[in-house]
Design a protein around this ligand. Structure first.
Ligand SMILES: Nc1ncnc2c1ncn2[C@@H]1O[C@H](COP(=O)(O)OP(=O)(O)OP(=O)(O)O)[C@@H](O)[C@H]1O
Length: 250
């Protein structure tokens, strides 16, 4: 059987006495769109940092496309095809949208003109084509989120780790972003998204992992995990779980 795009086995990380991630394992097949959910402080961002190489694990391993990349620095992982976005979006505010996206394209392309041309193609995919000439600092919150996606996409990833790309967006902006993320996955890019917006998780994710207090407490389809008593207890609460079951997801 082919190895999964991402294989995490027994990953652990403590900060002082706090076990932020404990014995976490998951397999993400190529081209799959999956979500990582859980309460604040559950260890989701720490897990992303361990997978992408921003932090070294105390124990466990990370394999990407069959190669052991445990503890490898982020820039090497990006070269292999794994790119992450950040919760707090920090574009180069005085540079144009086009130049910001080109930064991502430069990972595999030294030529400036080619990087700028690639930036245009990526801007189309995320709905930023009309804003290419704007300084990034003038974008709305929703525009910045699209820019963060575009910069990551410009690196030509096989796996995108999206850290709350929908946070801070209003319901209409969320609804407009869903097809953008879905199209990225449909184009063959594996996506693992940390997300609190359950509307997005229910509509997008083919698989969901749930972390609580550093441990993986559930894994399954969105429908399976949202009716799991452990997930309702640790994260959703009964009201939200009921609304999700009825299809009223916000
Ligand atoms: N660099 C650090 N030093 C010390 N403690 C940390 C550090 N990073 C995270 N933590 C702690 O580890 C735990 C897990 O944090 P993490 O940010 O991974 O959770 P999260 O699930 O991403 O939360 P949120 O949904 O609020 O972003 C928290 O208790 C946090 O305070």
């Amino acid at each position: 059987m082919a190895s999964p795009l991402l294989r995490v086995q027994g990953l652990a990380k403590s900060f002082g006495g706090l076990a932020a991630v404990q014995d976490v394992s998951l397999d993400l097949p190529e081209g799959r769109l999956a979500a990582l959910i859980g309460p604040n402080g559950a260890g989701k961002t720490t897990l992303f940092a361990l997978v992408s190489g921003f932090l070294r694990p105390d124990a466990g391993s990370v394999a990407f496309a069959g190669a052991d990349i445990t503890g490898q620095p982020p820039h090497l992982n990006a070269r292999r095809g794994m790119t992450r976005t950040f919760q707090i979006v920090q574009p180069f505010a005085s540079q144009t949208v086009r130049e910001n996206i080109a930064v991502g394209a430069h990972l595999h392309c030294a030529d400036r003109r080619e990087a700028l041309a690639r930036a245009e193609a990526v801007a189309q995919r995320v709905g930023l084509a009309a804003q290419l000439h704007k300084p990034a600092g003038e974008l709305t919150v929703a525009g910045r989120k699209r820019l963060e996606l575009a910069r990551a996409l410009a690196t030509r990833p096989r796996l995108l780790l999206l850290d709350e790309v929908l946070a801070g967006l209003n319901p209409q902006e969320v609804a407009e972003m869903l097809p953008v993320v879905r199209e990225i996955a449909a184009g063959g890019v594996g996506v693992l998204m940390i997300e609190h917006v359950m509307q997005a998780v229910m509509h997008l994710a083919q698989h969901v992992w749930v972390l609580a207090q550093g441990r993986m407490i559930a894994s399954g389809t969105p429908e399976e995990v949202t009716r799991d008593p452990r997930v309702i207890e640790a994260y959703l609460g009964h009201g939200t779980a009921r609304r999700l079951a009825q299809g009223a997801v916000r």
